[in-house]
Write a protein that binds this ligand. Structure first.
Ligand code: P6P
Length: 336
């Protein structure tokens, strides 16, 4: 990790010319996410001390118990992006439908939509394991000046203009891309500033870590079973190491630094896997590809999948390019 003295704000200003749309809008967008992340980080870090963990007594559209921090994080990110007058619509894992944002004096003039998983891995909160926020940004495709529509959210991942995550771990980091590489910023909580600590993050082309919930092994497709056995076989640089935190952002982040593959495949229990295309797989796929990695559903590029609904799930295989290629090879061979 190379701690530089460059702050996130200085980095945005220095690089905004590389963002092909209006630079000011990008700055305001990333700054709103930066602010919300600091506020959520503060609550995540003290979750054990105050009555903010444990179920909020409600369940989200996924049928999952909503942890209080889920609700808190969702509200904070929506509130911050609304107040900063940047986006025309927001979709969230915690919201059944998308939210139209229209500050009265603007009359739907904002051009961006954001899709967010406000607190991924939230089941880890009350056991003190790191969790994360994932976000994905698109330009709207319906006319500016009109209320945002579902089509603005159901865009292929290749249309993303920015994506990133915040990982609330041993340190809090914001990792994001605007299509010109991936950079990681570490929060200095003492002064509330983020510093460029991981410039130009890259997946090693190969790795020796595989991340999958092997408890589901018997339910996996043949190709995934064969690939897992390949990872475990005593041969060459194998067996690989199995590391699965149960928090996508954490497993992804470690694999991007060390090299590795993360898999949440379809199974006989969940025909499309568990992860959501629009606010988990697409943003992580954008980051992976920008970091010389790869992301597929086992057969095709994640970012080419045509979305059909807001909360749709897809199988997800992501990480070091050569490892994803090998997993796809096993998937293909199992079909033949
Ligand atoms: P399982 C968290 O709920 C999440 O969406 C990802 O962050 C994580 O990798 C996965 O689900 C864990 O799911 O079924 O293995 O517990």
């Amino acid at each position: 990790m190379s701690q530089t003295n460059q702050t996130l704000g200085e980095f945005i200003i220095e690089n905004q010319t590389s963002f092909k749309y209006s630079s000011g809008e990008l700055s305001r967008l990333i700054n709103s996410i930066r602010l919300a992340a600091k506020v959520v980080n503060h609550e995540v870090n003290k979750a054990g001390l105050v009555d903010i963990i444990g179920n909020a007594g409600d369940t989200n559209i996924q049928g999952e118990d909503q942890q209080k921090l889920d609700v808190y994080a969702n509200d904070k990110f929506i509130q911050t992006m609304t107040n900063r007058n940047i986006v025309c619509g927001i979709a969230s894992e915690e919201e059944d439908d998308f939210i139209t944002i229209n500050s009265q004096d603007e009359n739907h003039q904002n051009k961006y939509v954001v899709l967010i998983d406000p607190l991924d891995g939230s089941s880890n909160i009350d056991v003190n394991v790191s969790v994360g926020t994932i976000f994905s940004v698109y330009r709207r495709v319906t006319p500016v000046g009109t209320p945002v529509q579902i089509e603005d959210f159901l865009q292929k991942g290749v249309n993303q203009v920015a994506a990133g995550y915040i990982i609330y771990g041993t340190s809090t980091m914001l990792v994001y891309t605007t299509g010109d590489g991936v950079n990681g910023f570490t929060l200095n909580p003492a002064i509330g500033s983020y510093y460029l600590s991981h410039p130009n993050m890259q997946f090693p082309e190969d790795g020796r870590i595989y991340s999958v919930n092997e408890g589901n092994y018997t339910h996996f497709p043949r190709g995934i079973k064969d690939y897992i056995k390949y990872c475990q076989k005593e041969e060459g640089d194998r067996p690989y190491t199995s590391r699965y935190i149960g928090s996508l952002v954490s497993d992804f982040h470690r694999n991007m630094i060390k090299g590795g593959i993360y898999m949440y495949p379809k199974s006989s229990k969940s025909s499309n896997g568990k992860l959501r295309l629009l606010y988990e797989c697409n943003p992580m796929a954008f980051l992976a590809e920008q970091a010389n990695g790869k992301a597929s559903d086992g057969y095709m590029r994640i970012m080419e999948i045509e979305p059909t609904e807001l909360h749709q799930r897809v199988p997800f295989i992501c990480g070091s390019k050569n490892m994803v290629d090998k997993a796809e090879e096993f998937m293909k061979n199992a079909e033949s």
